[in-house]
Write a protein that binds this ligand. Structure first.
Ligand SMILES: [Zn+2]
Length: 192
C-alpha cells in the first residue's frame, strides 16, 4: 500500500473569517486579535485545538498566512497553529525563508511549545509575538514540552524580536473555554 500524501487543509471557515475580519492590520494588538479570533473560532467550529497563529508582513501589516491547530482532525501530531502558519506562508510566498521578501512577524495565541519554539529560527521570521503564556496552556493540561527556560533570549540572540503578553487575557480565556467545554487534551499518550 502506498504511503499517503501529507496534505493538511485549513478548515473551510477560514476564508470567510479572513473576508470578515480583513487581511491588513496596522497595530500588533489588531494582528494578535486576528490570531486569537482564529483560536476561538477553531474551538467554536470544532475543527481543532484552542490555538491560532498568523504571519503578517511586519511593515505593511498584510496577512501572509493564517494557522490553526489541526492535530486531532488531521491526525498529524505536529499540526500546531504556528507550524501550519509557517508552512502555509512558505507556500504562499514560494520560499522557505519568510524573511526573503522583507521582514515578517509570527503571532501565536499562546507562547510556542518546544517544537514551535524550534521552528521559529528555521522560518526566517523577524519577530515572534505571543499572547497567553505557556503556563496558561499547562494550567488547562497541555504539555508544552522540554523548552529552554530562557527561550526568549535564545531567539533574541539570533536576532529575532520576542514580544510577550500581547492580549494575554483574551487568549487565556479561549484556553479556559476549551477546557471548560470538555475539549480533548491531545498530549501524546494521554488518550490511550
Ligand atoms: Zn507548538
Amino acid at each position: 500500500m502506498p504511503f499517503p500524501v501529507i496534505a493538511v487543509e485549513l478548515p473551510d471557515w477560514i476564508e470567510d473569517y479572513v473576508e470578515q475580519h480583513g487581511r491588513s492590520f496596522a497595530t500588533r494588538h489588531q494582528r494578535m486579535a486576528f490570531a486569537i479570533g482564529l483560536a476561538a473560532e477553531n474551538i467554536a467550529r470544532g475543527t481543532g485545538g484552542p490555538f491560532g497563529a498568523a504571519i503578517f508582513e511586519r511593515d505593511t501589516g498584510n496577512l501572509v498566512a493564517p494557522g490553526v491547530n489541526l492535530v486531532v482532525p488531521s491526525a498529524v501530531a505536529v499540526a500546531h497553529a504556528e507550524i501550519i502558519a509557517i508552512a502555509l506562508a512558505g507556500r504562499v510566498r514560494g520560499t522557505f525563508d519568510l524573511g526573503a521578501d522583507g521582514p515578517t512577524e509570527l503571532y501565536a495565541s499562546t507562547e510556542p511549545c518546544a517544537m514551535c519554539f524550534g521552528s521559529v529560527p528555521w522560518s526566517g521570521v523577524s519577530t515572534l509575538v505571543c499572547a497567553a503564556r505557556d503556563e496558561d496552556a499547562r494550567a488547562v493540561g497541555f504539555d508544552e514540552g522540554p523548552k529552554l527556560d530562557d527561550w526568549r533570549s535564545a531567539l533574541q540572540s539570533r536576532g529575532i524580536e520576542v514580544v510577550c503578553d500581547v492580549q494575554r487575557d483574551a487568549a487565556k480565556s479561549v484556553l479556559d473555554r476549551y477546557a471548560e467545554g470538555g475539549g480533548l487534551i491531545y498530549n501524546a499518550g494521554a488518550n490511550r
